[in-house]
Design a protein around this ligand. Structure first.
Ligand SMILES: Nc1ncnc2c1ncn2[C@@H]1O[C@H](COP(=O)(O)OP(=O)(O)OP(=O)(O)O)[C@@H](O)[C@H]1O
Ligand SMILES: [Mg+2]
Length: 358
């Protein structure tokens, strides 16, 4: 059932979690294969390489060359030389893998590459890709994406054996055709999966994935920290009363506002497939979370991280009150293990979101 709130165009100023129908269809996921609002206008021109980090200038130049050389089959010249081009192309990696710490601008460069490419192109997260392949089947997915000139995949990561096998089959099949892939990750291809599952037993598959890409390593500091220092991360937090007052006073220009306690929110997230979080957020312009608290359960933590990722991508205003410092929301039990980078990246994103004006 489609919620009337999502279709009438005159949505109320305020919504509760239960009023939002968040179930998403495969068709909706496919239709959303474009960069999210935060990166809707990202371009090579607006990327400012750090003068002390030559890898940033080099990455921009290499990506610009890469996308300028993509010749879609639908161009007359490409059709004429299509056969010849394929035969002359070296057997080396066809894809580009943007590797680097969080906040160095990988996604900005990925979206810039998308915008700079003519021809059929798609932009989606690795999680969305895995979901679409799961829903459509491998053969249909390869067939569908084979028509694309460029596939931009944000946040490549391997969490388990299932998505390792899926990624290997999809990437090796797709890159045999005309499709080029650019992907971003916080982890080098050879280190994918480490600390998350018995990745050492899948060296061969991970090696095949790695072989499809040329790695561009981007060094540098977290660009988001131009607005805050990590040790001042918690300064953006409010008290419960301040949060209530901020909610009452808030008038969003771009969607409804949602106020939820942290407990309510985590219970709600557990009932949804993570692919639906984007839909949950779709009618919203602002989210107010009361009583953020340390998360003992890693499943709760990973769902929360995913929600923040989507909130961040969609550019939705966030305000939070908390029972602890932000740095302590992820339990020490798990935060230094396989998902450590994911948790640190989440804190970086919350830090930026809390600084942004509504
Ligand atoms: N060199 C830069 N010039 C201009 N804007 C930048 C630059 N680097 C990053 N940004 C901006 O900083 C924010 C963070 O960058 P981005 O999300 O691209 O980083 P990332 O490397 O993908 O990080 P993450 O690991 O969190 O995914 C974005 O708003 C992006 O547009
Ligand atoms: Mg990114």
């Amino acid at each position: 059932m489609t919620s009337p709130l999502l279709t009438t165009g005159d949505a109320p100023e305020q919504l509760t979690l239960d009023q939002i129908n968040a179930t998403v269809s495969v068709e909706e996921v496919v239709a959303g294969f474009v960069p999210p609002p935060r990166f809707a206008t990202a371009s090579f021109a607006t990327y400012q390489p750090d003068p002390v980090e030559p890898s940033q200038t080099a990455a921009v130049a290499q990506l610009q060359t890469y996308v300028s050389e993509l010749a879609p089959e639908d161009k007359p010249r490409a059709r004429f030389f299509g056969r010849w081009r394929r035969q002359a192309e070296p057997d080396g990696p066809r894809g580009i893998y943007l590797d680097g710490g969080y906040g160095v601008g990988k996604t900005h460069l990925l979206a810039s590459s998308y915008h700079a490419t003519s021809g059929l192109k798609a932009y989606l997260s690795f999680q969305e890709l895995a979901y679409v392949i799961g829903a459509m089947g491998m053969v249909s997915s390869v067939e569908a994406f084979r028509r694309y000139t460029l596939l931009c995949v944000d946040e490549f990561e391997l969490d388990d054996v299932g998505n390792t096998m899926l990624a290997k089959t999809f990437i090796t099949n797709l890159t045999q055709g005309q499709t080029h892939i650019i992907t971003t990750s916080n982890t080098l291809p050879s280190d994918l999966g480490q600390g998350r599952f018995a990745a050492e037993n899948f060296r061969r598959e991970i090696g095949q994935i790695a072989a499809a890409f040329k790695v561009l390593r981007i060094e540098g500091r977290d660009y988001r920290q131009r607005n805050y220092q990590p040790d001042t991360l918690s300064q953006g937090l409010l008290t419960d009363q301040q949060l209530k007052d901020a909610f009452t006073a808030y008038h969003s220009t771009r969607g409804a506002k949602l106020y939820a306690s942290f407990a309510e929110l985590t219970a709600h997230l557990a009932r949804l497939h993570p692919i639906s979080y984007q839909r949950l957020l779709a009618p919203l312009g602002a989210v107010f979370i009361e009583g953020l608290a340390p998360m003992d359960d890693q499943n709760i933590a990973l769902r929360f991280v995913h929600l923040i990722d989507k909130l961040y991508d969609q550019g939705i205003h966030l305000a939070v009150s908390a029972q602890c410092d932000l740095a302590d929301i992820f339990s020490q039990e798990y935060r230094d293990k396989g998902y450590a980078k994911k948790y640190r990246r989440c804190l970086s994103r919350i830090g930026e979101l809390l600084q942004e004006p509504g």
